[in-house]
Design a protein around this ligand. Structure first.
Ligand code: 13P
Length: 244
């Protein structure tokens, strides 16, 4: 269960979140819990999460180790502060910053090189779904961004299916719609990396996941977890998702 804070919270707010959140999920052993705050909050989050069952992830990385790349943060730096995860190619990064499949491959490989678990996002836009192109789009994202990975690299990634039309809109995909997309992605995994890899890979669903709809989603065998935006900002509501 991963929370993506996007561009919300200061270090002081991060501290307040963890104070309230940690006791609410202290008994949770059924899943991994990850919080992905903005870069300036990572240090505070790492300190707060120390000794708890909450892991910390970043929301982006650059693929080089270091260099003249103004405004970017490397996997090497994230590893050095003890970060365990990193979100790659979130639809907001694809949409506002033009991230595309070659970036996904470079960033995923860089994350793995520095010991970070990549959470690689895929998902179709509303017009793509409405014009019946969902599977084409997911297929292209898979072929361009994930299929080029070596099998041993693929074995270490988490995939997040986030239909863009469900993000921040309150329109969750029904459990059936989400499961259908997950099944399609798993089929692509099976064709490229084999049945065992398809069975093992964790596919998270993201898009308006809340405490009151998470149960229905998690009942689907295809759905292995959730990537949560808005509802991860409040300790009680994210704990409600974690403890579904
Ligand atoms: P919401 O949960 O706010 O719809 O955001 C989903 C998301 O984009 C998580 O990465």
């Amino acid at each position: 269960m991963a929370g993506n804070w996007k561009m919300y919270k200061t270090p002081a707010e991060t501290h307040a979140f963890f104070e309230a959140f940690k006791p609410l999920v202290a008994q949770a052993t059924h899943c991994e819990i990850v919080i992905c705050p903005p870069f300036p909050d990572l240090h505070a989050a790492m300190k707060e999460a120390e000794g708890s069952n909450v892991a910390i992830g970043a929301q982006n990385l650059y693929w080089g180790k270091e260099g003249a790349v103004t405004g970017e943060v490397s996997g090497h730096m994230l590893q050095a502060i003890g970060c365990g995860y990193v979100i790659i190619a979130h639809s907001e990064r694809r949409q506002y910053f033009g991230e595309c499949e070659p970036d996904v491959v470079r960033k995923t490989q860089a994350a793995l090189e520095y010991g970070l678990t990549p959470i690689v996002c895929v998902g179709e836009r509303l017009e793509e779904r409405e014009s019946g192109r969902t599977e084409d789009v997911l297929g292209e994202m898979f072929e361009g961004g994930i299929a080029p990975l070596a099998p041993e690299q693929f074995a270490q990634i988490v995939i997040a299916y986030e239909p863009v039309w469900a993000i921040g809109t309150g329109k969750t995909a029904t459990p059936q719609i989400a499961a259908e997309a997950h099944r399609f992605i798993r089929g692509k995994v099976s064709a490229r990396f084999g049945d065992a890899a398809a069975g093992d890979v964790r596919i998270l669903y993201g898009g308006s996941v809340k405490p009151d709809n998470v149960k229905g989603l998690m009942r689907e065998e295809e759905i292995d977890g959730a990537l949560v935006g808005g509802a991860s900002l409040d300790p009680k509501s994210f704990a409600g998702v974690v403890n579904f």
